[in-house]
Design a protein around this ligand. Sequence first.
Ligand code: SAM
Length: 204
Amino acid sequence: MESRQSEEPRAARFARYIEARRFDPPRPLLIKAVALADQKEHALDGGAGALNATKYLLSAGFAQVTALDAAPRAREVASELADDRVTFVLSRFEAFDFPANHYDLVNAEFSLPFIAPSEFVPTFARLLHSVKPGGMFTGQLFGPNDSWNVENSGMSFHTRAETEAFFRDFEIVHFEEEDHPGTTKLGEPKHWHIFHIITQRAAS
Ligand SMILES: C[S@@+](CC[C@H](N)C(=O)[O-])C[C@H]1O[C@@H](n2cnc3c(N)ncnc32)[C@H](O)[C@@H]1O
């Protein structure tokens, strides 16, 4: 049976996910986005989890990375990393005070769908506005065919048209849709409906 994420509290699932991801390499989408970044002063890793992307951003030359995650386990991973180029913020996206026009790159890998639906639009607008003019955004949104899209999931799902509309101030560099059965990192069967996105904010 496909996973509906209902069997286990979400915080416990995220802790298990973070353990499972600890030593995974960076994803190709992130590598592609980083290669397109003109400047590397400051990146945001939103929903940083096991900080895989944070570590890659540092190795790729970013001077500072802010890693944001609501999970206490992510904060523990950040303190084990003990790198003074990394600032960890324990916060939900919804409560984070995104600095405007600030980051050269905002990465949000498989984390945005966990923003509460009632707060998604203003939260995501503030996140996108934190990208500097000319800077990059990369991450994923989930589509309506995703098997986690059930009543009261607390998660956010968007059609392809809705997803594209969020990026009206951006040039779409990479847009890829996956819509097929698969498995989760925790080994459960799941139907994935994912939009993989790289965009560049228009220079002002
Ligand atoms: C599926 S994991 C992805 C983690 C990491 N980006 C990766 O790709 O391995 C989702 C992460 O988002 C975090 N998260 C979930 N909801 C969040 C929210 N509303 N605000 C901030 N972080 C959130 C979780 O704690 C978890 O670490």
